[in-house]
Design a protein around this ligand. Sequence first.
Ligand SMILES: Nc1nc2c(ncn2[C@@H]2O[C@H](COP(=O)(O)O)[C@@H](O)[C@H]2O)c(=O)[nH]1
Ligand code: MN
Length: 433
Amino acid sequence: MSHPSTGKFAPQAADQPPLRTNTLPFGQFIEPETDDEIINVHAVIQHMDVLLRVPTISKAAVMPDACPSGSTPGTIPVGGVVATKDAIHPGFHSADICCSMAVTFFKRNDAVADMLDASVASTHFGPGKRSVSEVGKNKELAQLIDKFEKNFFLKGLEAHAEQHFMTQGDGNHFLYIGETESDHRRALVTHHGSRGLGAQVYKRGLAAAQKHTAIHAPKVPMHNSWIDANSDVGAQYWEALQLVREWTKLNHFAIHRKIALRLGNAITDQFWNEHNFVFLRDGLFYHGKGATPSFSGFSPDDTGLTLIPLNMAQPILIASHADRADALGFAPHGAGRNLSRTAHLRRLMEEFKADARGLSPNNIAEIVARETKGLDIRFFTGKPDISELPSAYKNAEQVASQIEKHKLAHISERIMPLGSIMAGDMNWNRAGR
Ligand SMILES: Nc1nc2c(ncn2[C@@H]2O[C@H](COP(=O)(O)O)[C@@H](O)[C@H]2O)c(=O)[nH]1
Ligand SMILES: [Mn+2]
């Protein structure tokens, strides 16, 4: 028998779990209001229907911010949560392992421009890496990297862990400055994942999963393949995920610490949460692909609070756990994209009657100004990435009200926006310009 994806011969294993002929019911907490949202929900449900035929899956849910994440049928949507038995699916947490949110609160309320200046000088956005190593200065990082040697999935990735440290990448990764709504405490929030390190671990994990699944369940397509959690490979992969998680946490807080030092300001509180990760709970592996855990003890660092961003001009929600059973104990991780990057750009080009050369610098300045009024918004490349402006995302208030209505989490505080930094235009949207 040949594997449908690899085309290679694979022996038929006696214990082969078949693909289910029927899908499973799953928790749906997504309520479309506009035509775009109706199309979006339809696509999400179609993907879930195919996905839930994978035999390792016990239960699943989609959050209010769900949107498709690829065109191959059965690709887990962003905003999807899938619980599996004895199986870890790299495709369900995807390449940006441990994409996460982290907040630091400061003692003194410095001027927003000073905080952003200190941030620009302390972090790095965009592809690529740092030329100056932090390993000599950061004992925890050095100790973490020392553990790589013994792990099959991390061995040889030491340079990635070193060179990508204190970088944040591109796309919708951001650094946000805000102030708590209730007591006006100044906050610094970052959003990023495990950078090149996680991407390499994912690649290796997916290869191991394909190898296993081609033998044990050859009808399961490549993107839904899994690693046997009870095997040695499974134990190694689980350990690699935990070490990648540690790296990501160090990365967030090393950036925060550098900014605090540069400002000469004291840190009063910090917490963080993963929203792209695998969580082990009562013997099941909960894969959150863009979903915020909302249950106690989701990680060894759980403080009972999580962060849910919406867009650069809206508050970041601070939520406490609700642990709704049919939502599998998860809440949304954001507002979710309204439209694909290309569709969003196309709409703006239509609005501004742009020709094949694309939006002019004046058009772009006008769009940025109208969407970010009163905020200090900076782009690391110096050029705005209009695909990341608030209009690219779903209605923030609608998502927040769905969180409360469905009791997916309890919103206990809001960090009101003051300014932010993102990578900026990376040339992807030059098409047609
Ligand atoms: N506060 C900000 N929130 C933003 C920004 N860009 C996107 N977002 C929100 O983050 C989530 C997370 O997305 P993912 O990459 O983890 O899938 C997204 O759904 C948006 O709601 C921003 O610039 N500032
Ligand atoms: Mn993320």
